[in-house]
Design a protein around this ligand. Structure first.
Ligand SMILES: [Ca+2]
Ligand SMILES: [Ca+2]
Length: 207
C-alpha cells in the first residue's frame, strides 16, 4: 500500500465488475463532475455514465464514473431508487468494494463496506476487512475521502420524487485499483427486501 501511494494518484480506467460472472459496468471518465446532493442536479449530470439495474423486486438503478480532480481520483456513484418514497429509519444503502480484486472467502484488508442506514450521517458505518471478518473503521475523512448525500427528488426515470443517493469516494483513500469489484445494495424498510447488484453475500468477496 505504501509503495502504491508513492506512485502518486490512482487513475481509474473504464471497467468495473462484480465478482459474480456476468456483472460488469463501464466506469467512464466523467465529462460532467457530479454535484453530490442526492438529486439529478442538471439534466445531463449522469448521462455520461453507464447504468445497470439492481436485482430484486423493486426498480433501482445505479451508475458510476470517475474523475481526477486536483491530482486525486474520485469514484462517483449514483443510486436511483424509484420505488422508495418513504423515509424509514431502516432504509439503507451499502457499497462493498474489493479494491484489489483479489477475492477471498472472507473480507480482506483491501475490502471496504460502506453502509448508510436511516438516510442520516449518524447511520454511516464504514468497515474494513481483517482477512476473516469486517471491523468498523473511522480511518477516513468525511468530505475529502468520502461524501454521501441522499434526498427525495425526481429523476429522469420517474418524475414522482423518490430516494436518490450519490457517493464521492477518494480512490487513494481505499487504494482502489483499476479492476476493482463492487457490490451495490439498496433497501427500503417499507418492503421489497434487498435490491442488489449482484445478488450475492456481502461477506464473501469471491461471491
Ligand atoms: Ca447530483
Ligand atoms: Ca423507505
Amino acid at each position: 500500500m505504501i509503495a502504491l501511494s508513492l506512485l502518486g494518484p490512482m487513475v481509474l480506467k473504464a471497467r468495473v465488475s462484480a465478482a459474480k460472472p456476468g456483472y460488469t459496468i463501464n466506469n467512464y471518465r466523467a465529462i460532467t463532475i457530479p454535484t453530490v446532493d442526492g438529486s439529478w442536479t442538471t439534466a445531463d449530470e449522469w448521462t455520461d455514465a453507464e447504468e445497470k439495474e439492481l436485482d430484486g423486486s423493486l426498480a433501482v438503478y445505479f451508475r458510476l464514473k470517475y474523475r481526477l480532480l486536483s491530482g486525486t481520483s474520485y469514484q462517483f456513484i449514483l443510486i436511483d431508487f424509484l420505488n422508495d418514497t418513504t423515509d424509514d429509519s431502516g432504509d439503507g444503502w451499502m457499497i462493498c468494494i474489493d479494491a484489489h480484486h483479489d477475492g477471498g472467502g472472507a473480507p480482506q484488508p483491501d475490502d471496504y463496506r460502506i453502509s448508510l442506514t436511516g438516510h442520516c450521517i449518524s447511520g454511516l458505518h464504514v468497515y474494513k476487512g481483517t482477512g476473516s471478518d469486517w471491523v468498523e473503521t473511522t480511518d477516513f475523512n468525511w468530505g475529502t475521502d468520502l461524501v454521501i448525500v441522499n434526498n427525495i427528488n425526481p429523476s429522469p426515470h420517474l418524475s414522482t420524487p423518490h430516494w436518490i443517493c450519490e457517493f464521492k469516494i477518494n480512490a487513494t483513500w481505499c487504494d482502489l485499483l483499476n479492476d476493482y469489484t463492487i457490490r451495490v445494495v439498496a433497501f427500503d424498510a417499507s418492503g421489497g427486501g434487498n435490491q442488489v447488484w449482484p445478488n450475492s453475500t456481502s461477506n464473501v468477496p469471491d461471491d
